[in-house]
Ligand binder design. Structure first.
Ligand SMILES: Nc1ncnc2c1ncn2[C@@H]1O[C@H](COP(=O)(O)OP(=O)(O)OP(=O)(O)O)[C@@H](O)[C@H]1O
Ligand SMILES: [Mg+2]
Length: 184
């Protein structure tokens, strides 16, 4: 089992980047009432045909030539199965891919969320050619951040510039802080 859910988030985004995506939408939806957490990553990358789509759920398939196995998707599927959730992947060649995973939050085998602030920051600052659009929704409210909007605020500076990075960090920390606070 993986250490935390941010591992899965990071892997899915890297898969989208490897598929040449320009826009990557990451949505997280938490419901305290239903005890669920959903993670959805959708991209406009090169997509997969049906045989490939079936193969990627098998841990011995990867399109990376330097590796013998691809583990990201099979591990995510295993995580959802271990905590009474659902896994779905849909893809169309030339159009893009959407992966959706849900988990029962209180399940003993549900991994912790991990460092969402740090994961988002490192993705936003490193993916210069991509528009990453992240949102988190729960009964307590919603938070969204995107590379395109952040770049518009940053002007000529890259998102990895220390001043911009600090601003983004504070923005994400403030936005996620209340949403991720434990229930009273
Ligand atoms: N978003 C996507 N768009 C197009 N192809 C994808 C996408 N996600 C996964 N794939 C295909 O599925 C394969 C398996 O993905 P998976 O994340 O399981 O392993 P990997 O990325 O190859 O290796 P690892 O995640 O272990 O570093 C990829 O090599 C790629 O061919
Ligand atoms: Mg991967």
């Amino acid at each position: 089992m993986v250490e935390d859910l941010c591992f899965h988030l990071f892997d899915l985004v890297q898969n989208s980047v490897a598929a040449g995506a320009r826009v990557i939408r990451v949505e997280m939806r938490e419901s305290r009432a239903n005890d669920t957490l959903e993670l959805e990553v959708a991209d406009d990358g090169r997509g997969m045909d049906r045989p490939t789509l079936l193969k990627v759920q098998d841990p011995f398939f990867t399109s990376k030539s330097f590796k013998k196995v691809g583990l990201g998707i099979p591990l995510l599927k295993a995580t959802t199965e271990a905590c009474c959730g659902d896994f779905a992947i849909a893809s169309r060649p030339g159009r893009g891919t959407r992966v959706r995973a849900s988990m029962q939050k209180s399940h003993l085998d549900c991994p912790p969320l991990g460092d969402l602030e740090g994961t988002l920051l490192s993705l936003l600052a490193s993916l210069e050619a991509v528009d990453l659009r992240f949102s988190y929704r729960s009964e307590s409210g919603a938070f969204a951040v995107s590379s395109a909007e952040s770049r518009a605020h940053a002007g000529d500076l890259p998102l990895s510039h220390p001043d911009v990075y600090r601003f983004l960090r504070d923005f994400i920390r403030a936005g996620l802080g209340e949403l991720l606070a434990p229930a009273p």
